[in-house]
Ligand binder design. Structure first.
Ligand code: GLP
Length: 258
């Protein structure tokens, strides 16, 4: 169901299952990569981690292996990374991205950009500035994939983040650490800090696709239908002119239109 013409402040596409929404999103990304290839251009993707986008990556890998989709013209920038964390940790987003996508496609490793959990603390400000500059030098992000935290965060931009925020070191909310502790041995192992693209970085992307499945219904409704507020960072996406929320029926269930 496509509710792009309805009264939501952000267009939503609703699918029967996460699988259908993921496959549709992967095909949209593949179409963009190919369109750019046909024009001899790079395709700059902003990528997300978490459980939500895994099936999108599975489908992109399948399209590479079975349909010959090439990633040679793809440049990627990941949203965020825990801090500090070593790349080889199974909990790093570096590890996640290689496990789910990069190890299985023909992307040039030099085209992969992920905030580095091993950056020296005294250099972080400079490294974050460089990250912003690298995005600009690549021509800006063509398509930014997002998930959403239960508290409305995008990337690791927690409630209270400024609309003007750029890539930076920030403190994670306890609710985020508790939610993400399912991937760690226990809560104490979850880093207290992270490096994340800022809200202004995300909003500069030419196109944004936010995915949400299952138990995200309440926060999705607030982001799509509520007022813009720094207490729900995803609500700032209402200000973007090409942002779509891709939802399954459960995540859409609190929307008025649904
Ligand atoms: C993490 C990531 C976010 C992600 C969110 C939701 O905190 N930094 O980018 O959107 O979790 O995670 P999940 O997709 O597992 O629900």
């Amino acid at each position: 169901m496509n509710l792009s013409d309805s009264f939501e402040k952000i267009p939503v596409q609703i699918f029967k299952s996460p699988s259908e929404g993921s496959i549709s999103t992967a095909h949209e990304i593949a179409a963009l990569i190919k369109e750019k290839q046909s024009r001899n251009e790079n395709c700059v993707l902003g990528l997300a981690t978490g459980s939500t986008p895994i099936k999108v990556y599975d489908e992109l890998v399948r399209l590479h292996k079975e349909d010959g989709l090439s990633f040679k013209n793809v440049i990627t920038f990941n949203l965020d990374e825990y801090y500090p964390i070593v790349k080889d940790s199974p909990n790093s987003y570096w590890y996640f991205m290689h496990k789910h996508l990069f190890n299985h496609v023909d992307i040039n490793p030099e085209n992969i950009h992920i905030p580095n959990g091993e950056w020296k603390k005294e250099n972080i400000r400079k490294r974050c500035e460089e990250y912003e500059n690298e995005i600009e030098a690549a021509g800006g992000i063509d398509l930014q994939l997002l998930g959403i935290g239960g508290n409305g965060h995008i990337g690791f931009n927690e409630p209270g983040s400024s609309l003007l925020s750029k890539t930076r070191l920030l403190v994670l909310e306890n609710s985020t650490r508790i939610a993400n502790s399912r991937d760690f041995l226990n809560l104490n192992q979850v880093p207290k800090l992270a490096v994340s693209m800022g809200l202004s970085t995300i909003l500069k992307a030419k196109k944004i696709v936010l995915l949400a499945w299952g138990n995200k219904a309440q926060i999705v409704a607030k982001a799509v239908e509520g007022n813009i507020t720094d207490q729900i960072p995803a609500s700032y996406l209402q200000q973007h002119n090409d942002c779509t929320f891709v939802l399954d029926e459960i995540a859409a269930s609190e929307l008025n239109a649904f």
